[in-house]
Design a protein around this ligand. Structure first.
Ligand SMILES: NC(=O)C1=CN([C@@H]2O[C@H](COP(=O)(O)OP(=O)(O)OC[C@H]3O[C@@H](n4cnc5c(N)ncnc54)[C@H](O)[C@@H]3O)[C@@H](O)[C@H]2O)C=CC1
Ligand SMILES: N[C@@H](CC=O)C(=O)O
Ligand code: NA
Length: 435
């Protein structure tokens, strides 16, 4: 008789109930693949009486998630509560401290405390796994830390937030309003408990910092991710971008910067313009996609569902199966002590084309002021569109696409224009992804 792997689940929301459903539905197949059955020994969440659409009566209930980490009959704790600190972190610390494996989908906690938890797991000789934390159901952590393990990777980028991608692509396809589409993404279980994390780019920044650590063998530097979300993007930008041959996507990009003879870690999350014939332009809905460039493998593209109960549960259970097979692995693809401390790249090195959007008062001299600022900052204009006001508010949209050049020149042009009384709103700058 083979001993089961006994797991405890903390958090029974979108992902937690997805995990219960998956383990119950595919129990026999999972046992054959894992070499032994996966048994849910105990569960915990905030509200015991809530109807979650799954029968939990057969599992022991603990009111306090921390109690799961103390149970003798538990081999692996699965943390699906969320939040960078609080109950999730104390549960994670206790589980590892008590010699239990830890599986989590919590990118906020890993981005902030991943190094501490990885070191603790290594010392305790237990597994720490978080495949679901980056790009949901896509096995990108496995792909990079196992499939691409032999490569030097110096660039990784992609679409890392399902909620933002759902909002941007749905607005683009249907012309629907931002708030309305966000509510739909929340109903579908894509958004974080606090959706500000999604729309302000913080969730994507959590994921990017984890990916960068795995891809480059660098220490996590979430604090150094330059982050901007999608809230400043207006329906008019989506329309303008489309007329220029682009779509707008929230892109996370991490790169090793070797300019000026040093080595720096560049990490940025921002809305970008993506040419319509680029593979990332066709990533719609809650789909995520990650591109990684390795010195021997070339370019890899991972694509699939980045959020939602089924795909996320699939990644969580894959981690549990790995542990059942006796695979511990290294949380960040190498021992925590081997991760290099790479300082953030100096700003001002980036080079490329940009899209600049101004909302201005419709009066003489506005265009001249904008083009003069560009000239004085050394920004070369490739195209400029002025859109007639659609209402009688007396405001006009001016969209500028620049030639390739240093981003620092665009920043300087924005500095020159800052505070101008011709501007009716804060200008928006989006970088254009090269083909
Ligand atoms: N929803 C998604 O598509 C994805 C979510 N994740 C991550 O998975 C984790 C869980 O996310 P969801 O299931 O969407 O969240 P959720 O909000 O649907 O579920 C959270 C669960 O944790 C429980 N909980 C919250 N605070 C608690 C506390 N103080 N004590 C005890 N239980 C508590 C709640 O009762 C609920 O059962 C988060 O870390 C999230 O970032 C990762 C990838 C995709
Ligand atoms: N809120 C996240 C869920 C998955 O990580 C997202 O929208 O991508
Ligand atoms: Na994943």
């Amino acid at each position: 008789m083979v001993e089961p792997l006994n797991i405890a689940l903390a958090g029974l929301g979108t992902v937690g109930t997805g995990v219960v459903r998956l383990i119950e539905t595919n129990a026999e197949l999972i046992a054959r693949r894992a070499g032994r059955p996966i048994r849910i020994a105990a569960v915990s969440a905030r509200d015991r009486t809530k109807d979650r659409g799954v029968d939990l009566t057969q599992y022991t209930w603990e009111d306090d998630p921390a109690a799961l980490a103390a149970r003798e009959d538990v081999d692996v704790v699965v943390e699906l509560v969320g939040g960078s600190d609080g109950p999730a972190l104390s549960l994670a610390r206790k589980a590892i401290g008590n010699g239990k494996g830890l599986v989590t989908a919590n990118k906020a906690m890993i981005a902030h405390h991943g190094l501490e938890l990885a070191s603790a797991a290594e010392s305790a000789g237990v597994a720490l796994k978080f495949e679901a934390a980056v790009a949901g159901g896509i096995p990108v952590i496995k792909g990079l830390s196992e499939g691409a393990a032999a490569n030097k990777i110096e660039r990784v980028y992609g679409i890392l937030n399902g909620t933002c991608n759902y909002i941007l692509s749905t607005m683009e396809d249907t012309g629907r309003d931002f708030t309305d589409v966000l509510e739909e993404a929340q109903r579908l279980g894509y958004a974080e408990a606090d959706p500000t994390f999604d729309i302000e780019g913080i969730d994507a920044a959590h994921k990017l910092s984890i990916l960068a650590a795995i891809a480059f063998g660098s220490r996590l530097r979430f604090d150094a991710v330059e982050t901007m979300g999608v809230s400043p993007v207006k329906a008019a930008d989506i329309e303008q971008a489309r007329s220029l041959g682009y779509v707008i996507r929230l892109i996370g990009m991490a790169e090793i910067d070797r300019l000026d003879g040093g080595v720096g870690l560049f990490q940025r999350v921002r809305p970008h313009l993506v040419p319509i014939d680029h593979p990332l332009a066709h990533v719609d809905g809650a789909t995520n996609a990650v591109v990684a460039e390795g010195n021997f493998m070339g370019r890899l593209l991972f694509q699939g569902a980045g959020a939602g109960d089924g795909p996320t549960a699939s990644a969580v259970v894959a981690d549990i199966i790995d542990i059942a097979r006796g695979e511990k692995g290294a949380a960040f693809s190498m021992p925590a002590s081997e991760l290099e401390d790479i300082a953030p790249a100096p700003t001002g090195h980036r080079f490329g084309r940009s899209y600049l959007r101004f909302i201005v008062h419709d009066r003489p001299g506005v265009l001249a002021e904008i083009t003069a600022a560009m000239r004085d900052a050394g920004v070369s204009i490739e195209s400029l569109i002025q859109k007639a006001p659609s209402d009688d508010a007396g405001e006009v949209i001016i969209a500028v696409v620049t030639h390739e050049g240093p981003e620092s020149a665009v920043t300087e042009a924005m500095r020159i224009l800052d505070g101008s009384d011709n501007l009716a709103a804060q200008p928006l700058v989006m970088q254009i992804i090269a083909n």
